[in-house]
Ligand binder design. Structure first.
Ligand code: UT7
Length: 325
């Protein structure tokens, strides 16, 4: 038995913020942000909104496309570090919002690698025969965690959610292999002391610098390139597949220069790497499922294509999934 993604969905907050908007608020420029990151705009959650509602909208789209009612789902696994409260978990709130009862619902906290981790956890559970239909979501709202005076961090992040419906299925299609890695040694390269998105949204007060995201960008950049390249090679090796056979890589969208450097290192043509960072920024765990949903809509993925998902983020965590579509 294996597992396969049968449908995806995505949803974003209402407000789009351009680089020009940011340049009016802080000492930055559209030119710097575009050339150093590839970002032109991002969606940012406002106090009247809820990331759980946004994740529910993405989930409902995925479920409708799968021809499934929420009640048919047997488990919900959410990759997120943006729970509204310290507890309950994001996934319990999402379960309630979807009107589903008495199924397992839990979060996987792996920051930007959250969706890659959650997909692997779901695949393993389905291989073990635990569930036959799982909703896997990546959702984050890191804009609520930035210090808006820290321009090196504040310009990078956007908010959103992406969802995938997975079904247990024998046969050659679906998840071929996953590889997850973490190294707590590097925790200090990307961290946030205080969680609980709801409190920040409700108070409408910026986070104090001590409670905001701290990032050592240039050090993280180097490790991200190395680790994403390494895990990409290894996940393909594990499945006995050559990288040349992969039709499309759908990576975590942290920085266009990271994606180009990984492609360079692996000798992959840029047109085999899906990017949408210009329109969303870094949406953390949401970035891979949002990109996957867009790649499918743009018909960049066809039946039986080999598709590789990869990410690196706070923890540090990194990982990849190789799928036969
Ligand atoms: O998703 C999780 C994984 N996240 C990542 O992998 C992020 C990895 N890191 C990066 O993407 C990049 O390191 C950044 C985009 C965060 C920063 O780019 P960089 O090219 O590494 O810039 P830097 O930090 O070395 O800063 C270069 C200059 C500095 O000025 P000086 O000291 O050279 O005068 C910064 O103060 O750019 C300045 N700078 C800015 N200027 C205008 C930093 N941020 C900004 C800004 N606007 N927003």
């Amino acid at each position: 038995m294996g597992s396969r993604i049968v449908a995806t969905g995505r949803a974003l907050p209402r407000t789009a913020v351009s680089n020009h908007d940011l340049a009016r608020r802080m000492d930055t420029s559209d030119e710097w942000i575009r050339t150093r990151t590839g970002i032109a705009r991002r969606y940012v959650i406002s106090s009247g909104e809820s990331l759980v509602d946004i994740a529910a909208a993405a989930s409902k789209t995925a479920l409708a496309r799968a021809g499934m009612r929420p009640a048919e789902i047997e488990a919900i696994i959410v990759g997120t570090v943006s729970s509204e409260y310290g507890f309950p978990s994001f996934s319990c709130q999402l379960q309630h919002r979807l009107g589903v009862d008495s199924i397992p619902a839990y979060d996987v906290a792996a920051a930007c690698s959250g969706f890659i981790y959650a997909l692997s956890v779901a695949d393993n559970a389905m291989r073990a025969g635990e569930y036959s239909r799982v909703l896997v979501v990546g959702a984050d709202a890191l804009s609520t965690m930035v210090d808006w005076d820290d321009r090196a961090v504040a310009v990078l992040f956007g908010d959103g959610a992406g969802a995938a419906v997975m079904v247990a299925e024998p046969g050659p299609r679906g998840v071929l292999s996953s590889l997850l890695r973490s190294s707590g040694e590097y925790w200090h390269l990307l961290s946030v002391r205080s969680s609980g998105v709801r409190a920040t949204l409700d108070s409408e007060v910026r986070r104090s610098p001590d409670d905001a995201i701290k990032m050592k960008g240039p050090e993280l950049f180097k490790i991200a390139v190395r680790s994403m390249a390494d895990v990409t090679l290894k996940v393909a090796e594990r499945a006995g597949v050559g990288l040349a056979e992969v039709a499309l890589i759908v990576p975590h969208q942290a920085n266009i220069r990271i994606l180009n450097a990984v492609a360079d290192r692996l000798g992959i043509a840029p047109d085999k790497v899906f990017t949408n960072i210009d329109r969303y920024g870094n949406t953390s765990a949401a970035s891979v499922p949002i990109a996957l949903d867009e790649a499918l809509e743009a018909k960049r993925i066809h039946d039986n294509d080999l598709v590789l998902l990869n990410a690196c983020g706070g923890g540090l965590t990194w990982g990849a999934n190789l799928l036969r579509w």
